[in-house]
Write a protein that binds this ligand. Sequence first.
Ligand code: HEC
Length: 106
Amino acid sequence: MKGGNVEKGKQIFMKQCSRCHSVDPKACHGMGPNLHGVVGRQAGSIPGFHFSSAFEKSTLVWDPENLSSYLQNPRKHIPSNNMPYCCLEDPEDRRNIIAFLQAGSK
Ligand code: HEC
């Protein structure tokens, strides 16, 4: 999972994810958890957000590959999770959005 375009990823994020998620380390959680530094973090582990039990039980550590399958179909990848979103179908969009999330993690 290399070569994503951070700028394009940001645009998609702003359109599709930012109403529920922030990537600003100083921002509060929205309807979804803050995604700053999500790549490399254990799923459902950020403090202060009330995750579904599906996430709380998960031992998954987010990396570009599993984020991509998650975004392609959240409910299929983590059954009975609470993210009311489906689905980021275009592999190019997924690559770009993950590049954006990773860039924000550094
Ligand atoms: C309508 C609101 C909403 C939208 C839109 C949304 N999400 Fe979420 N997201 C959530 C919620 C709520 C959760 C927590 C789910 C749970 O606890 O089961 C979540 C969880 C996540 C997680 C897991 C975070 C962690 O710390 O484990 C990731 C990654 C994520 N979302 C990425 C995205 C991306 C990228 C997009 C845009 C393509 C997106 N989400 C769109 C609400 C949303």
